[in-house]
Design a protein around this ligand. Structure first.
Ligand code: MF3
Ligand code: CO
Length: 283
């Protein structure tokens, strides 16, 4: 076992307002972040610049994602845009992942591997998830794209999932808790007759691809890690139209699908906690 790290302040150093709030939460038994999770102004600036490139990729895709295009062709565009902007894809080579992005249509929950054989067709709802490293700083975001027109049922899933992200963001106040986010997301999804995927979650991001804390999209208020200004993390709810159970492909080692075959949607932002609330660093 290892000893959980405590927030400590140099002997004799005056306590900042932040120190006082963290120490108070710790005294009440809450999990608090390590110093490394609270980014310096310089680090935040780096992550912000990475986020601009990452957002630029998704903006570029808005006019490229359409009927007849393969997900591999979109992935190649993502690779090219990333390179043209002096950045590197965080996905390519990550734990052996073979492409620049994850592209996940319909019943694919996440980590769909771009392929020449996956051609976008009218009615599909597609998540494209891109993650960028610029000057060593990481950002991560995903959006849903609707190919032509889809059914009202699938469109509602896309819209409600976006609302889940927005409602989760509203719940993330400075000095609130990760569980406040999960609770808000879960309530909104379930109120709409949907389920929340539990096996995958949001995460701290910035100096590495995946840092602490785990940002689950379900939970209870006032549980989980304290959210302190300077922390950078994603919220990225995966919401299923049907049951929450998912299947991990043993064949390609990546693709996650819904067990019941019904569609799933996801939206993701990279977010900075500030003294007044969240700032979006990539959307
Ligand atoms: N971009 C995903 C996330 O939101 C992670 C993808 S890992 C990959 O955290 F290797 F599949 F790219
Ligand atoms: Co992410």
């Amino acid at each position: 076992m290892i000893l959980r790290k405590k927030w400590s302040v140099e002997k004799g150093a005056p306590l900042t307002e932040m120190d006082k709030k963290i120490l108070a939460a710790q005294k009440q038994g809450h999990v608090v972040p390590s110093r490394k999770l609270i980014k310096t102004p310089e680090q935040i600036e780096g992550i912000r610049r990475s986020g601009v490139v990452n957002t630029g990729i998704l903006d570029m895709l808005e006019k490229e994602v359409k009927e007849g295009v393969s997900t591999l062709a979109l992935d190649e565009m993502i690779g090219q845009y990333t390179q043209d902007h002096g950045a590197v894809s965080a996905c390519m080579g990550y734990e052996g992942y073979p492409r620049y992005s994850c592209i996940s249509p319909d019943n694919i929950v996440c980590h769909g591997i771009p392929s020449a054989d996956t051609i976008l067709k009218p009615g599909m709802i597609v998540n494209i998830d891109v993650s960028t490293i610029l000057d060593g700083y990481y950002s991560d975001a995903s959006r849903m794209f609707v190919i032509g027109e889809t059914t009202p049922e699938k469109q509602r899933l896309v819209d409600v999932t976006k609302e889940c992200l927005e409602i989760g963001m509203k719940a993330a106040k400075p000095y609130s808790f990760v569980g406040d986010i999960g609770f808000a997301v879960q309530c909104h999804a379930q109120k709409n007759g949907y389920s929340v995927v539990r096996e995958l979650c949001g995460h701290g991001v910035g100096l590495e691809f995946h840092e602490e804390p785990e940002v689950t999209h379900y939970g209870r208020p006032k549980t989980g890690m304290l959210l302190v200004p300077g922390m950078v993390f994603t919220i990225e709810p995966m919401i299923n139209m049907g049951k929450m159970q998912v299947h991990f492909s043993q064949e390609d080692g990546w693709t996650v699908t819904t067990r019941d075959g019904l569609p799933s949607a996801q939206w993701e932002h990279t977010l900075l906690m500030t003294e007044t609330g969240l700032e979006i660093l990539s959307h």
